[in-house]
Design a protein around this ligand. Structure first.
Ligand code: CMX
Length: 132
């Protein structure tokens, strides 16, 4: 794994959270994306070579809606950039981790992504992501 690519934060009111984080970072989000497969809208802020991703569910059965219901607003996942996601998934499987999908899929910003269940990683949902 190379570095933290971004940290995902689950929010209940995207407009208000965009304002809060715009004030905090003194800049506007650089990208907003409706990720239909994940039933959420993601809003990204760039801080040098890392990012903050605000996650707003668009449906009650979104994983982020479930998270907000159970845990409330806050850090939802930490994403790490990898150079070869297939090799990294194989390495992690050999170490006993169970990726949540058999193969990586296209996530936000057109990256290849996969997740590890928070139960396997001390309560923190981990994302691997690879630039294409
Ligand atoms: N961080 C920490 N714990 C989490 C969590 C998270 N993000 N999401 C769920 N949990 C915990 C729950 O609190 C619950 O704990 P308890 O058993 O102690 O109550 C347990 O995990 C199971 O939770 P659940 O509500 O039943 O949720 P599911 O098992 O149905 O789903 C997960 C959990 C991780 C498998 C699902 O959220 C998932 O597939 N995530 C990967 C995809 C994703 O998160 N996409 C959104 C971001 C996409 C993007 O950034 O582009």
């Amino acid at each position: 794994m190379k570095k933290i690519d971004h940290i995902g934060i689950a929010v209940k009111d995207l407009e208000n959270s965009n304002l809060i984080f715009s004030k905090l970072f003194n800049r506007e989000p650089f990208h907003e994306e409706n990720i239909k497969s994940q039933k959420l809208i993601a809003s990204f802020f760039k801080l040098e070579d890392t990012k903050i991703e605000l996650l707003y569910p668009t449906s009650e059965d979104s994983t982020v809606a479930k998270f907000l219901e159970k845990k409330g607003e806050g850090i939802h996942h930490v994403a790490f950039e990898v150079t070869d996601i297939y090799a990294e998934m194989e390495r992690l499987k050999k170490e006993g981790f169970k990726p949540l999908s058999e193969k990586p899929y296209i996530g936000a910003l057109n990256k290849l992504v996969c997740f590890l269940h928070p139960k396997d990683t001390n309560g923190v949902l981990i994302e691997l992501c690879q630039k294409q």
